[in-house]
Design a protein around this ligand. Structure first.
Ligand SMILES: [Zn+2]
Ligand SMILES: [Zn+2]
Length: 315
């Protein structure tokens, strides 16, 4: 799994930061990617990456402010134009369906793939054999959701030296053992799955929050997450503005993570008022927390493997 930040700005684009779009790359896990929010010009940002719009499988919209949705119609149209024919599902608050449908109809944008738009409520909004996605309402100036993606435990590794020791022949029995079933050998002996497999591997948990002030639901949703992506529109000096506009400071974001016992924090949705030198100052305000904290920039990408988060060096 990788997290790729296509846009990390707040409100409107600046030369440094486009508006919000965050990609959860699941190419190894399911051959697709998921996206959280789709600010204006997200499809332009995609052009600078290796992402293929047809591999976009799910789009989660946190709320209906323009800096989170204005990139949708263009991306949906291009995905069709580029030959994407796999279904796409969009999740978001009430109003998202009418807005998308009206925009596509008015602009005569014909989409050749199956487009499902699901207006969500709090709770489990998606589950299959690999993943569960949960949503909770945050505290912003309009209804705004946070999403938690939980990967289910991965099947344990089959230990071939053990199956050999039991005399299990190579073939379909090995697969049954790997999938957790006990098998009977030709001579009547029973081999139990747990005797020849390793420990099941825990899946990852990533919480991606929308615009919000410091709130209880952010903490509840982030509980135990490996990675939390939290907005940090403001810093300590501009904390008053955060309160006024339903946003957070980087310190609020760090406090959510701390209360939630989350392992890593990535801060996005940074106000255009902050210049690169201010960003260095911003990170010092959270230097004393005992978990890693990163401020994402456009196109920064993080890789999650074996319980470790690593920033992928940019070229
Ligand atoms: Zn915003
Ligand atoms: Zn907003």
């Amino acid at each position: 799994m990788q997290l790729l930040f296509l846009g990390t700005g707040a409100g409107m684009p600046s030369k440094q930061r486009n508006t919000t779009a965050t990609v959860l790359k699941l190419l190894d896990e399911r051959g697709t990617f998921w996206m959280f929010d789709c600010g204006e010009a997200t499809q332009h940002q995609i052009l600078h990456t290796t992402l293929k719009p047809r591999k976009l499988e799910k789009l989660f919209i946190t709320h209906l402010h323009g800096d989170h949705i204005y990139g949708l119609p263009g991306l949906l149209g291009s995905r069709s134009f580029l030959g994407g024919d796999e279904p796409l599902t969009i999740y978001g608050p009430v109003g998202i369906k009418a807005w998308i449908e009206l925009t596509l109809a008015t602009s005569k944008t014909h989409i050749k793939y199956e487009l499902n738009i699901i207006e969500i409520e709090e709770g489990t909004i998606f589950e299959d054999d690999q993943f569960i996605v949960e949503a909770k309402l945050l505290e912003h100036v309009i209804p705004c959701f946070g999403y938690k993606v939980m990967q289910k435990p991965l099947p344990p590794e089959l230990l071939i030296e053990k199956t050999d020791a039991f005399g299990v022949p190579r073939g379909p029995l090995l697969r049954q053992l790997k999938e957790g079933h006990d098998v009977e050998l030709a001579d009547g002996r029973i081999v139990k799955s747990f005797e020849v497999t390793g420990k099941p591997k825990e899946g990852f948990q990533v919480t991606i929050l929308g615009d919000t002030k410091f709130c209880k639901n952010s903490i509840l949703l982030s509980k135990g997450s490996d990675i939390v992506v939290h907005e940090g529109t403001f810093d300590l000096e501009t904390a008053e503005l955060a309160g006024l506009y339903g946003h957070s400071t980087i310190v609020d974001a760090a406090n959510v993570c701390k209360e939630a016992d989350a392992k890593h924090l990535i801060v996005n949705h940074i106000s255009a008022r902050f210049m690169p030198s201010d960003i260095k100052e911003m990170i010092t305000q959270v230097a004393h927390y005992d978990f890693p904290i990163y401020i994402a920039h456009d196109f920064t990408e993080y890789d999650w493997a074996n319980g470790q988060l690593r920033k992928i060096p940019s070229e």
